[in-house]
Design a protein around this ligand. Structure first.
Ligand SMILES: *[C@@H]1O[C@H](CO)[C@@H](O)[C@H](O)[C@H]1NC(C)=O
Length: 225
């Protein structure tokens, strides 16, 4: 009984260690490649285990055996909000080495009406895409949810910031992203029967826009009903 309890607690601790922020190897890679300030910004250990995840035992010296996914959370969420989705991918062929997330913004500490699409959020996701691309040695897939959709899209597109025309994010990350999936884009209306057709048009419109500016990533769009 006591032994059983001890091993249960040990397992729980191990599980907590595994799920808490980036793995040691990914942290070391970010620190060595981009510096400690970037590591602090991406790891978001200020939010505890919810701040970030990814890396596993990969050493960054070779390709991961599967294309990595980066989950981009929605308004007032954190990376940890997507733990169920992370676990879903992990039970369907992905691993700690191939499912990644960071947190932009202050997470749940900020009232939802005070959150808008800030350049800093976009830059954070761009930095994350760069880091995961370099670390895993291959193109990444990006899934943006709610406010995470326009943020991830702008991160991939690059160019002049929306809220500050003096900041240029740089060129598109075309060659680093295989597929970008937008889920329940916060900027599109929902819950209305007439919206479905419009949404479909918007969806292909985005797709055309991305192609027009030279971003040839696969693009998929899902809407909340
Ligand atoms: C980051 O790298 C520097 C230089 O090697 C080192 O001094 C520092 O301790 C590292 N920081 C972390 C958090 O690993």
């Amino acid at each position: 009984m006591a032994l059983h309890l001890k091993s249960t607690i040990l397992l729980a601790l191990l599980a907590a260690t595994v799920s808490a922020d980036f793995s040691a190897s990914f942290r070391n890679f970010i620190n060595a490649t981009y510096g400690e300030a970037r590591l602090t910004a991406l790891a978001r250990t200020d939010l505890g285990a919810d701040g970030s995840y990814g890396g596993g035992n990969h050493d960054g010296l070779s390709q991961t055996n599967k294309r990595p996914i980066i989950l981009v959370h929605g308004i007032t969420n954190t990376a940890g909000t997507f733990t169920p989705q992370r676990n879903y991918f992990k039970s369907n062929g992905w691993t700690d080495e191939t499912v990644y997330a960071t947190t932009y913004g202050a997470g749940p500490a900020v009232n939802v009406i005070n959150v808008k699409m800030e350049c800093g959020f976009v830059q954070q996701i761009r930095n994350m895409i760069e880091a995961v691309y370099q670390f895993t040695g291959q193109k990444v897939d990006v899934i943006g949810y709610s406010l995470g959709s326009p943020i991830a899209r702008k991160a991939i597109m690059g160019g002049i910031c929306v809220d500050n025309v003096n900041v240029d994010l740089g060129g598109p990350l075309t060659n680093k992203v295989e597929t970008y999936v937008s889920v329940a884009d916060s900027r599109k209306p929902r819950h209305h029967p007439h919206q479905h057709r419009r949404n479909a048009e918007d969806s292909s419109g985005h797709s055309r826009l991305l192609k027009m500016i030279g971003i040839f990533v696969n693009f998929h769009c899902f809407w909340a009903h």
